[in-house]
Design a protein around this ligand. Structure first.
Ligand code: ADP
Length: 413
């Protein structure tokens, strides 16, 4: 699909280039010809004027004014169409000039024609000398002008076409480069949809199976089958959590995640999370400790920041074996506020540390599925922290434990 788009962009670019080249060549040729013809016509008019003014109609005398002495020929016709004076190198011009005399409209204008494979431009001027109306025809060979114009045209066309040929692969390469982020985002989206569907299928299957079992036990008392209902309830809860996570991510992707930022007591918030998670940790035989600096305020979305810290504490408890410790710490430095969650759990390898913020990434799929994670928590946590201008830093050692630190700017906007 992207290859097709890339080709289309390249084609579009090339068509624009060709259109531009045609326009450019046409404009240049027009200007070139206009200048050249204009120059030649002015020369013919000026020369004819000086011939008329010179008493002896001496071509050489007239030529003094322009330096184009051998560059023109002329015939001066009297009223009876007899050639009175001439400076002609090509005798065929006399016959042609005589023909042109018949055309009464041909006066003070120019005409191009061919004689013996040579192209001439002729200017004709009727004038009165005494009582007699005479006609001066002045010819100029324009073969060089034509050949020169043709050469310029061929050169322009050659270099223009060569330029386009060179630009085709460059344009193809640049199209690919500019499409790369779009392609990446498209691939991510595809993977996201596939992963989300996959995750939703498991609880749905469990719910369907339990409903089937209940159907078969239609005649039995409900209290004897509460186990199946509990299964359905628990899986519905899992699905609801997953859908809520997916919604958060989708909103963040569309820049529609709303953050209501205001100043709040971050110390109180950390203490609240500690209280909230204490019993949960205890159930897993994990000691939850806290080291919270007092009266630290932060401007942000309180609920979202709470969600981010909860995700870290939740993970720390989930990935720490019984007997371990999890510590929530809140400190400040000159410029930042740091919320860290340290555990004495299973730890993370260097490779996994880089990957755990990716959507649906779980270090050990089999084990973590049992823990009930989808691999979305840290991604959401990172989204929230990023929206507050902060970052998350990990220090972890396999088998020894991890510290996840949220670093927030002290003076956030
Ligand atoms: P999950 O919902 O699966 O926990 P997360 O995005 O929160 O998803 O975490 C991604 C993965 O990172 C987890 O599956 C787990 O393998 C690893 N992980 C997260 N926190 C910790 C931790 N404190 N110690 C060890 N591994 C962790």
């Amino acid at each position: 699909m992207f290859r097709e788009i890339k080709k289309q962009i390249t084609l579009f670019n090339v068509l624009i280039l060709i259109a531009f080249l045609i326009f450019f060549i046409a404009l240049l040729m027009f200007m070139w010809r206009w200048t050249y013809v204009n120059f030649s016509e002015r020369f013919l008019v000026r020369t004819s004027q000086s011939i008329i003014n010179s008493e002896k109609y001496d071509g050489r005398k007239a030529a003094r004014y322009d330096g184009y002495s051998s560059n023109y020929e002329y015939i001066l016709w009297d009223a009876d169409h007899h050639a009175e004076h001439m400076k002609i190198f090509n005798a065929s011009l006399i016959l042609r000039g005589h023909e042109l005399l018949q055309d009464k409209k041909f006066n003070e204008t120019f005409r191009d024609f061919e004689v013996n494979h040579l192209t001439y431009r002729v200017y004709s001027k009727r004038f009165k000398k005494g009582n007699e109306v005479k006609t001066l025809q002045i010819f100029q060979q324009v073969n060089n002008e034509r050949a020169f114009t043709k050469t310029v045209f061929v050169i322009l066309l050659f270099f223009g076409s060569a330029g386009i040929l060179i630009l085709i692969p460059i344009s193809y390469f640049l199209a690919g480069k500019s499409l790369r982020p779009v392609k990446q985002s498209y691939e991510n989206q595809k993977k996201f949809i596939a992963d989300a569907s996959h995750e939703l299928r498991t609880p749905l299957t469990v719910i369907q199976t339990n409903v089937e079992v209940l159907r078969m036990k239609e005649d039995e008392v409900l209290s004897e089958n509460i186990h199946w209902l509990n299964n359905i309830s628990s899986e519905s809860e899992t699905m609801s959590k997953l859908i809520s996570n997916l919604l958060t991510i989708a909103q963040a992707d569309n820049n529609r995640l709303i953050f209501q930022k205001k100043l709040f007591d971050l110390s109180a918030l950390c203490a609240e999370v500690y209280d909230l998670m204490y019993d949960f940790a205890k159930q897993q035989d994990i000691t939850l400790k806290s080291d919270i600096q007092k009266d630290i305020e932060f401007k942000g979305d309180e609920d979202k920041v709470k969600q981010a810290i909860r995700i870290l504490v939740d993970n720390a408890i989930k990935y720490t074996n019984a007997g371990g410790t999890v510590t929530i710490k809140l400190t400040t430095t000159m410029r930042s506020i740091q919320v860290s969650v340290t555990d004495t759990g299973i730890g993370l390898s260097e490779k996994d540390q880089k990957k755990i913020f990716e959507r649906f990434y779980r270090v050990d799929d089999a084990r973590h599925r049992e823990e009930g994670g989808f691999g979305l928590g840290l991604n959401i946590c990172a989204l929230i922290v990023k929206q507050h201008g902060g970052k998350i830093v990990i220090h972890s050692e396999l088998g020894k434990g991890s510290t996840f630190t949220i670093i927030l700017p002290k003076y956030s906007l």
